[in-house]
Design a protein around this ligand. Structure first.
Ligand code: ADP
Ligand code: TYD
Length: 215
């Protein structure tokens, strides 16, 4: 059973979906299953808790104002730091043979920011990240904005900037557009996220273990 890539590197798995799609729930379950399969995993998320990530959080909660292009560029910078920083950078982890699971990566930028600006601009701004590291597989949890908002409303006291229905409808469309646009270079599995936690987890494990060849 292959625990790491043939090159000795870890795998890189990105989870994507609109807010409330169940990413953190499923990352937790996948992490446990990977452990049982003997694969050492590190889980992480974007935006990060770096200084750039904190600035992003301040913008998202309305405490700091910024132009849409600045916001998109900050996310791209946060991502590069996420990949490259000396302390817990993803590239370093992967090179030492650790598999990394991230809650959001550049497809989040393609989907969320291209609602306000051309998708090609966003893809170009993230060119350094895609040059450095493309996910082994991107898992997209597909869920309707209505279901996502019901779940968010049940479990959170406040809604952030992007958690509005009309926006989530557009973001979902943009995700699907980005997957189609990049189908030749990216490996994406679309999972129906509207079912029970267990059904979704079983589907994800089937797809991920096939991509990683760890069944
Ligand atoms: P995300 O990380 O994508 O924002 P979460 O995993 O935090 O999503 O899930 C959002 C909310 O929905 C959480 O309260 C979670 O417990 C709940 N939830 C997650 N998966 C399901 C599911 N399959 N069915 C019903 N509720 C779910
Ligand atoms: P957060 O509450 O951390 O995530 P979630 O609701 O998925 O648990 O908020 C992240 C928000 O940032 C989410 O609305 C998506 C948005 N986002 C972007 O707009 N661009 C990006 O590049 C990334 C990574 C996230």
């Amino acid at each position: 059973m292959d625990k790491i890539n043939k090159t000795g590197k870890g795998f890189f798995i990105a989870f994507e979906g609109i807010d409330g799609s169940g990413k953190s729930t499923q990352i937790h379950i996948l992490n446990e299953r990977m452990k049982q399969a003997g694969i050492c995993c590190y889980t992480t998320m974007e935006p990060t808790d770096s200084p750039i990530g904190s600035l992003i959080h301040q913008i998202m909660t309305g405490r700091v104002k910024a132009d849409n292009r600045v916001i998109a560029a900050l996310f791209a910078a946060d991502r590069l730091d996420h990949l490259l920083n000396d302390v817990d950078g993803i590239v370093h982890k992967i090179n030492e043979g650790t598999t990394v699971i991230t809650d959001r990566y550049y497809f989040s930028s393609y989907a969320y920011h291209s609602v306000d600006m051309p998708m090609d601009w966003v893809i170009q701004a993230n060119g350094p990240s895609s040059d450095i590291l493309r996910p082994t597989v991107t898992v997209y949890l597909d869920i309707s904005p209505d279901t996502a908002l019901e779940r968010i409303a049940q479990n959170r006291f406040h809604q952030e900037l992007f958690e509005k229905k009309s926006r989530l409808v557009k973001v979902r469309e943009k995700y699907l557009e980005a997957f189609e646009k990049l189908a030749d270079v990216e490996r994406v599995v679309v999972i129906d996220g509207s079912r029970s936690r267990q059904e979704i987890a079983d589907d994800i494990w089937r797809e991920v273990s096939r991509c990683l060849d760890v069944r």
